[in-house]
Design a protein around this ligand. Structure first.
Ligand SMILES: Nc1nc2c(c(=O)[nH]1)N[C@H]1C(S)=C(S)[C@@H](COP(=O)(O)OP(=O)(O)OC[C@H]3O[C@@H](n4cnc5c(=O)[nH]c(N)nc54)[C@H](O)[C@@H]3O)O[C@H]1N2
Ligand SMILES: Nc1nc2c(c(=O)[nH]1)N[C@H]1C(S)=C(S)[C@@H](COP(=O)(O)OP(=O)(O)OC[C@H]3O[C@@H](n4cnc5c(=O)[nH]c(N)nc54)[C@H](O)[C@@H]3O)O[C@H]1N2
Ligand code: SF4
Ligand SMILES: [Mo]
Length: 734
């Protein structure tokens, strides 16, 4: 008798004995998956699962989400506040009161000696919106430094800047459902299957049903490119030339939506005059895409009933990052593809709450997209916060990348880092190290004590992370979703929100400014100041957010009054004529001359270095490096290298090699693959003291975001493979 499969080799799934599931939103990427954490009868978190009824992920999670409960018990967490007088001394454990006193005194002393702006505060896209809002109030309303920014300058600044320049405000116009309506999709520099796996799944499912063409523009054969109908391996850093050439074809073949342009935009003539310089033949010589392919894609896009563009870091992280975003918006505007189902220009955001920072942190301005430069906005916020309006600066201070330059020049003397790790994430590590050494006072507030930047801290404030606290986050499609507190933060560590409230007590000595005790109360305050604005959340509360598995903004009290359930307000913005955020309601078409200012390969450094991500890891790996099932896929630094280039360089598959740039060098393993061309290598930036030793990080002139993806290196084989292996093993340590 034949045994059937289950009898022969039964699959056993361990019963984790979950007695209760608790609701949260994933704390890694900006997809914003609804997640439930399973607790056993001892209250330990033993499992994570996707939430079936959630519109975003419909029961699914990627391999980071599925392991997320393991973070609660992971190695390297901080559980006691630590202090020391100089960064090269040993830390000593202390009480919260002393650590917070030292923080406040350190900030005050530097401000008294060198002025208010000599202290910089750098936050993140990885806290809750209520935490950003509270930190913003503390920084702008009480501490009073204008040099306050987030790591979002490394990530979303070009998208923000491009949206503002085109539409008069930040705010992505579309949503994931647009995949279900589109007739053509262009993805610029975005590797969805690895970086936003569940958005990819939504896109793929829609594509299988309706078979729309997918065009991927990326110098590397990513997993998304493998699935593309047309893959354009653009020459690194030249996307705007390609955009101009697409527009050349569209405008010169009369494929534009003239009525939409007339009703909704300004600047057509100026745009046309610039675009006319980029005929496909001229453009092809710069961007490396042949003239016929340029014409085919331009026509496909313009003739589609509804056409959509998405993009991520291949565009934002460039010396033309902001222009790239404007170019994408230009293409959308001239073809009438904004605010319609399937027709949009959708920035795929990075961190879980990068959008929340953009909306509420006050980093680049004041809460809810208000501007420091606008007197009415300053008046409004000063009144809400009960502070003197003259205390607020009248224009934005330095961004993160410029803050580091100001540390070098001695303009900035103290730094408070919150949930960001510049020593691993900023370009040119050696330069960052030198800057950190110059600081007179540094506070690091991180959930992991082994974050590299903590080497330079005078005070370490151990924070809770993700579902060790409660609050909301906004995802890529403007969906506000809730994280409930599921576990207590380890040891004596505290939620960031509580830390901010404690620091606030030291600066709010007259008690004039209110700092509510719970994040839910903060959310209620935010609702009030959002009323009537683009990002209006006045119809939301924690209860209806969880019930709906997230609500997209705008969702207003008016919707609630009329009993209109979500998604009544927020699927798309700019859906009607002339609703853009410039005073006349029209969007701007902006000409984009191409300036060739990148570091490019030459004789000495003949190979492009492209840096980015892997599906299993998160940034500097403080989190995923500790989760076995994530870390084991790629525990050591490696490059993707084309076999032809490798053989020419005397490098075997699996050899350790030395990469050398004008800045420094790094030891990595060489992995053969045809994903990269013969003139380029791809290096994931997840490993300590590796990718960013090599990067140059030229800045975009509008957004000041670094160009992490374009620099030049050379490769040297290594004779002593054993020693190199040892070095590489050390780099995996924390
Ligand atoms: N697993 C995982 N997921 C993540 C993250 C993570 O660390 N790990 N981080 C999150 C964050 S914060 C972000 S910002 C996103 C980033 O998400 P993505 O931007 O999708 O990821 P990257 O790998 O940084 O870069 C994307 C692509 O840009 C391409 N590229 C390089 N140069 C150019 C160019 O000149 N033109 C074009 N068109 N493309 C180019 C690269 O080849 C690469 O394939 O991912 C988020 N999701
Ligand atoms: N070469 C290269 N460099 C890059 C990029 C690239 O593509 N190439 N991408 C850039 C981009 S897009 C980004 S977004 C940045 C990311 O750069 P970083 O912000 O430096 O990245 P993370 O490693 O995520 O750092 C977050 C820190 O916050 C801590 N943390 C996590 N959750 C919490 C919390 O709830 N509270 C507190 N207090 N701490 C917490 C983590 O332990 C970690 O130390 O890297 C940039 N750097
Ligand atoms: S796709 Fe992003 S949000 Fe969803 S589970 Fe994975 S990391 Fe979390
Ligand atoms: Mo990012």
């Amino acid at each position: 008798m034949l045994l059937n499969r289950t009898q022969k080799n039964p699959i056993k799934i361990t019963d984790k004995k979950v007695v209760e599931w608790k609701y949260a939103t994933c704390g890694y990427c900006s997809t914003g998956c609804s997640i439930e954490v399973g607790l056993n009868d001892e209250g330990h978190a033993v499992s994570s699962r996707g939430v079936g009824g959630a519109d975003v992920n419909r029961g699914k999670l990627c391999l980071k989400g599925i392991m997320e409960h393991e973070l609660f018990n992971s190695a390297g967490r901080g559980d006691k506040p630590l202090i020391r007088d100089h960064w090269h001394e040993e830390f000593t454990e202390t009480t919260w009161d002393q650590a917070i006193d030292k923080t406040a005194e350190g900030i005050r002393a530097v401000q008294e000696k060198y002025g208010k702006d000599s202290v910089a505060i750098i936050s993140t896209g990885q806290m809750f919106t209520e935490e950003f809002y509270t930190l913003g109030k503390l920084t702008r309303g009480l501490i009073g430094t204008n040099n306050y920014d987030g790591n979002t300058t490394l990530c979303m600044a070009s998208a923000v800047s491009g949206y503002k320049r085109s539409f008069g405000s930040d705010g992505p116009p579309g949503c994931y459902e647009d995949f279900e309506h589109t007739d053509c999709l262009i993805a610029w520099g975005s590797n969805l299957p690895e970086q936003h796996p569940i958005i990819y799944w939504r896109m793929k499912e829609a594509q299988e049903k309706r078979n729309f063409p997918l065009i991927v523009i990326d110098p590397r054969v990513t997993m998304l490119a493998q699935n593309a109908d047309i893959h354009l391996t653009v020459t690194p850093g030249t996307d705007i030339v390609l955009m101009n050439a697409f527009m050349y074809v569209i405008l010169n073949e009369g494929l534009q939506d003239a009525e939409y342009i007339e009703k909704n935009t300004n600047g057509y003539d100026e745009l046309k005059a610039e675009v006319d310089k980029y005929d496909p033949v001229t453009a092809s010589k710069i961007c490396g895409i042949d003239e016929d392919t340029i014409r085919v894609v331009a026509r496909l896009f313009a003739k589609a009933n509804a056409a959509m563009q998405i993009w991520t870091m291949g565009i934002n992280q460039s010396t033309h990052g902001s222009d790239g975003v404007v170019g994408i918006n230009n293409l959308a505007l001239i073809t009438g593809n904004i605010g319609i189902p399937g027709g949009t220009s959708l920035s795929i955001t990075g961190q879980c709450n990068a959008m929340g920072t953009r909306e509420w942190s006050s980093c680049s301005g004041l809460p809810n997209h208000r501007l420091l430069e606008n007197p009415q906005d300053r008046e409004d916020i000063a009144e809400y916060w009960n502070i003197d309006v003259d205390f607020l600066p009248t224009k934005r201070g330095l961004v993160q990348t410029d803050i580091y330059r100001a540390i070098e020049t001695g303009e900035i003397k103290a730094l408070w880092l919150i949930a960001t790790n510049p020593l691993s994430s900023l370009p040119d590590t050696a330069r960052i190290r030198k800057a950190m050494e110059r600081l007179e006072f540094c506070v690091v507030q991180d959930c992991y004590q082994d974050s590299e930047s903590n080497q330079y801290a005078n005070v370490f404030l151990p924070a809770g992370t993700w579902a060790e606290k409660s609050g909301v986050m906004t995802n890529t499609e403007r969906r506000v979703n809730l994280v409930n507190k599921i576990m207590k933060a380890p040891g004596d560590s505290k939620p960031d929100f509580e830390i901010f409230n404690e620091v606030a007590k030291r600066f709010n000595t007259e008690g004039k400014v209110s700092f509510p005790k719970t994040t839910e109360e903060v959310f209620e305050e935010m609702k009030v100041i959002s009323k009537g604005r683009l990002c209006d959340i006045s119809g939301m509360d924690y209860e209806n957010i969880e019930k709906n598995r997230g609500i997209q903004w705008p969702y207003t009290d008016k919707h609630v009054e009329k009993n209109e359930e979500p998604p009544a307000g927020g699927k798309r913005i700019y859906t009607e004529d002339a609703t853009f955020r410039y005073p006349d309601g029209k969007a701007k078409l902006i000409p984009l001359p191409f300036v060739d200012n990148n570091e490019v390969p030459d004789e000495e450094f003949p190979i492009w270095l492209n840096t980015g991500r892997l599906v299993e890891h998160w940034h500097g790996r403080t989190k995923t490096g500790k989760v076995g099932n994530n870390n084991k896929f790629s525990p050591i630094p490696f490059i993707e290298i084309n076999p032809d280039l490798a053989i020419e360089s005397g490098v075997k598959d699996g050899d350790y090699v030395r990469l050398i740039s004008r800045r420094s060098d790094a030891i990595v393993m060489a992995k053969y693959t045809n994903r990269v061309g013969k003139n380029a290598v791809f290096l994931p930036f997840h490993f300590h003291d590796c990718a960013n030793r090599l990067t140059l990080g030229l800045l975009d002139p509008h957004s000041r975001q670094p160009a992490y993806k374009q620099q030049a290196v050379r490769i040297e084989p290594i004779k002593d493979q054993k020693a190199a292996a040892q070095l590489s093993m050390e780099m995996r340590e924390f």
